[in-house]
Design a protein around this ligand. Structure first.
Ligand SMILES: *Cc1c(COP(=O)(O)O)cnc(C)c1O
Length: 387
């Protein structure tokens, strides 16, 4: 039967792959009210606790009072406001690049950038564990699409050496979203230079978290615009707001304004959202105390989890996945943790490879040490479960 959508859903349920949403009735924070119940939140990407920060909220409200809500049009028609312009200037300064360009979401930025930079006759090289938006952009670009083994610089070197493509684009997450580890960006930048390729980094999870000024993976590794010509970041995670950007030289930005379809053919994000991001950037830049606090919580968790004999992955970032293997097992642990008052998402294929279902535990600077202790106790209780 064509369009037997119900059968597809039934199969997903049978395979432990069915997904459903929960409804929050509170702001983001260390505690959230989910389906009417308060839970400790260990699955948000609001790493510095800025999504509900009073200064960010105030900036949003003030801009809404002046500009209203909707931007009314795409950037190229009449939706580009002074708040967008100012945020782009702030992002350029924040990243140490000539210019920055706002996109409405990270998903659109990634598909738009990759498709604008490469096409037929070109080649795009992507880490196996790249975010879905990078993969989708690469596949849709029409360029020869090559995936290299996760963080395997030697494998990538082999693929590059064999390629006779006109333009070669290497694309990687800076911090891998489901694993929490960092890409070897210094080595990747050197490889790009040696093969006359361009490097693009998606730093959705590094921005605000890594680097002395929160500049992310590029700051952490000290990569200039020459080493890393295409730096993409999002504003909905560490910055606690919404939207995304690419930072690079003037020509790159001008080119994308004129060619990136998800930039051209969409409504600009609300000016008040841009104003909120500007307030966040200041807090990120001056947020070393928040980053220190986050680091302390991460170490506390890793120490505790290690003494419980839990299978942690080698991550130093706020993303601390606990590998469980089967889908049902991940679901059972997630459900048991929820009963004990902790909200932790079960991440399953296709978001992660088959057989590598996991709990994706995340920490934010809004957590207390006691919250981490609570989670560790709940995890200790889960260990005895048969599932
Ligand atoms: C979340 C995420 C995106 C998408 O960003 P949105 O602004 O949420 O659309 C892109 N890349 C990575 C690595 C992400 O984790």
């Amino acid at each position: 039967m064509p369009f037997d959508l119900a059968a597809v859903l039934a199969q997903k349920k049978a395979d432990g792959l069915y997904r459903r949403r929960r409804t929050l009735s509170s702001a983001q924070g260390a505690r959230v009210v989910v389906d009417g119940r308060e839970l400790l939140n260990f699955c948000s990407n609001d790493y510095l606790g800025l999504a509900n920060h009073p200064e960010v909220v105030a900036a949003f409200q003030q801009a809404a009072a002046r500009y209203g809500v909707g931007s009314g049009a795409s950037h190229l028609v009449c939706g580009h406001s002074a708040e967008h312009e100012a945020l782009e200037a702030d992002l350029a300064a924040f990243t140490g690049r000539e210019r920055a360009l706002l996109f409405s979401t990270g998903y659109m930025a990634n598909t738009g950038i990759v498709q604008a930079l490469v096409g037929r006759g070109d080649a795009v090289f992507e880490d196996r564990l790249n975010h879905a938006s990078l993969i989708d952009g690469g596949l849709a670009s029409g360029a020869q699409f090559q995936r290299y083994r996760h963080n395997d610089v030697a494998h990538l070197a082999e693929l590059l050496a064999k390629s006779s493509a006109d333009k070669k684009l290497i694309v990687t997450d800076g911090v891998f979203s489901m694993d929490g580890d960092l890409a070897p960006l210094v080595e990747l930048a050197a490889l790009a230079r040696a093969h006359d390729a361009w490097l693009m980094v998606d730093d959705a999870h590094g921005l605000g978290v890594l680097g002395g000024q929160g500049g992310g993976a590029a700051e952490h590794f000290g990569l200039s615009a020459r080493d890393l010509p295409v730096l993409m970041g999002t504003l909905g995670k560490g910055a606690g707001a919404f939207g995304a950007f690419v930072a690079g030289d003037d020509v790159l930005v001008d080119y994308l304004i004129n060619t990136a379809r998800p930039y051209i053919y969409t409504t600009a994000l609300p000016p008040a959202v841009a104003a909120a991001s500007r307030a966040s950037l200041v807090l990120l830049r001056d947020g070393q105390a928040l980053r220190d606090r986050l680091r302390e919580l991460i170490l506390l968790f890793r120490d505790g989890a290690r003494s419980l004999g839990l299978d942690l992955m080698p991550s130093t970032t706020p993303i601390q996945p606990l590998l469980l293997g089967g889908n049902e097992r991940a679901l059972a642990w997630s459900a048991a943790l929820e009963q004990k008052g902790c909200l932790v998402g079960a991440i399953r294929p296709p978001t992660v490879p088959a057989g590598q279902a996991r709990l994706r535990i995340t920490f934010t600077a809004a957590h207390q040490r006691a919250d981490v202790d609570h989670l560790l106790q709940a995890l200790a209780d889960c260990r005895g479960m048969t599932a």
